[in-house]
Design a protein around this ligand. Structure first.
Ligand code: NAP
Length: 367
């Protein structure tokens, strides 16, 4: 089947990657580049089948984006579309670790894509903050002068800084080597709109855990703080169709649900849904920045997300409209997601009691 593969996905074991594999294998033959593939293939195939995809169209291939040539033995010459999702997504990474995976891995994947004779599109997952009005991304400034790069990593932390550096590095490579690419920049990704299912706590999920456990002493930011979200199933459908539309080549698409309530209102709604009390105290970002982490309880790397900025989603909205994709009602999506987090004890236990619902929903969709 390796000869028939027309799509390659890195990061297929991650949150977004899993749902993307399920979406893509409905119609296309896909290779997922995975570390320790032999041990993980069965679980990934079962996930794809359970989530409306067809694991018969999935090849799980050993590879590592930090290795030369992605560490691949297979040629996969027929690949037309490459979705690069693999990244170290965590706070507290060292600059070296973050750069190796997120900058080096992105360039390695892009070079691999460039060597495919029939390449149609390289789709790269960035992040919505790359497109924030305040974030000046000077395309001419790559390679970054060393002092500027050191400052970026010091100020933003390994994850955010490496996402910024990879954004610049990739556009530099795309311009010099004529790489047909699209940047897709999601906001915080929450669980599937129908079931709430997710595999990830990083970011807002941790806030919900603190809220539920009575450990959230104060609301961070102001009543205008906007931390937008998007459901993982919406994002997967959006992503899968990006290479199908020529208009998306060269675009940077900011994917978020614009009806996400401002952060304080979002916390209040989840608190109401989970029957817990939302804190009344508000701590502005400036104060959080000044407080030691032990007192604030907030990871310093998460502070750049506590912004009042709004984002230009017009290009992404045009793509969604062209493929007939709509966001599910945000209230329901937030409710399902927070229920899933609670019912799995914040992803430490399987949500066995939701199995029937989940299977019902997906088998209905597959039909
Ligand atoms: N989730 C969000 O809210 C969000 C928002 C904006 C942007 N993004 C971006 O979207 C992309 C996917 O995010 P995600 O949420 O799906 O992340 P995730 O759940 O943390 O998954 C990361 C994936 O990358 C893989 N990976 C890491 N290092 C690798 C390596 N050296 N070689 C091969 N695979 C490697 C992981 O494989 P293992 O299973 O082997 O560790 C995993 O499959 C990332 O670029 C992230 O920055 C995510």
């Amino acid at each position: 089947m390796a000869n028939e593969v027309e799509v390659m996905v890195t990061g297929g074991t991650g949150l977004i990657g899993r749902w993307l594999l399920a979406e893509l294998t409905r119609t296309r033959t896909v290779a997922a580049i995975v570390r320790n593939a032999a041990a993980r293939g069965a679980e990934l195939r079962a996930f794809v089948d359970r989530h409306g995809g067809d694991a018969r169209r999935l090849v799980v291939v050993e590879g590592d984006v930090e290795a030369p040539g992605l560490g691949l033995k297979e040629e996969l010459e027929g690949v037309r579309d490459v979705f690069h999702l693999a990244a170290r997504f965590a706070f507290g990474l060292s600059a070296e670790d973050a750069r190796r995976a997120n900058v080096g891995g992105t360039l390695e994947a892009a070079r691999w894509a460039l060597a495919r004779p029939g390449l149609r599109r390289f789709v790269h997952l960035g992040g919505y903050r790359m497109l924030a009005p305040s974030v000046a991304l000077d395309h001419a400034a790559y390679p970054m002068p060393e002092p500027a790069r050191a400052r970026l990593y010091r100020e933003r932390g390994g994850y955010e800084a490496s996402k910024h550096e990879s954004f610049l590095a990739l556009r530099h490579l795309a311009a010099t080597h004529r790489l047909p690419m699209t940047g897709v920049h999601p906001s915080g990704v929450i669980g599937d709109a129908r079931t709430g299912e997710t595999t990830q706590l990083t970011g807002l999920g941790e806030l919900v855990a603190q809220l539920f456990e009575g450990k959230l002493a104060a609301l961070p930011g102001s009543d205008r703080t906007f931390v937008p979200v998007v459901t993982v199933d919406y994002l997967a459908r959006f992503l899968a169709s990006v290479p199908e539309r020529a208009e998306t080549e060269g675009q940077d698409l900011c994917v978020l649900d614009p009806s996400t309530p401002n952060l304080h209102a979002l916390v209040a709604r989840i608190a109401q849904h989970l029957h817990v009390r939302a804190p009344r105290l508000v701590v502005p970002v400036g104060l959080l920045r000044a407080l030691p982490r032990a007192i604030s309880g907030v990871d310093p790397e998460s502070l750049s997300f506590l912004s009042e900025e709004r984002y230009d989603t017009r290009a992404a909205d045009a793509h969604a409209a062209a493929i007939g994709l709509k966001h599910a009602p945000i209230e329901t999506s937030l409710a399902r997601w927070s229920e899933h987090l609670v019912s799995t004890r914040f992803l430490t236990e399987p949500a066995a009691d939701r199995g029937a619902l989940r299977d019902g929903v997906y088998s209905a969709r597959r039909g």
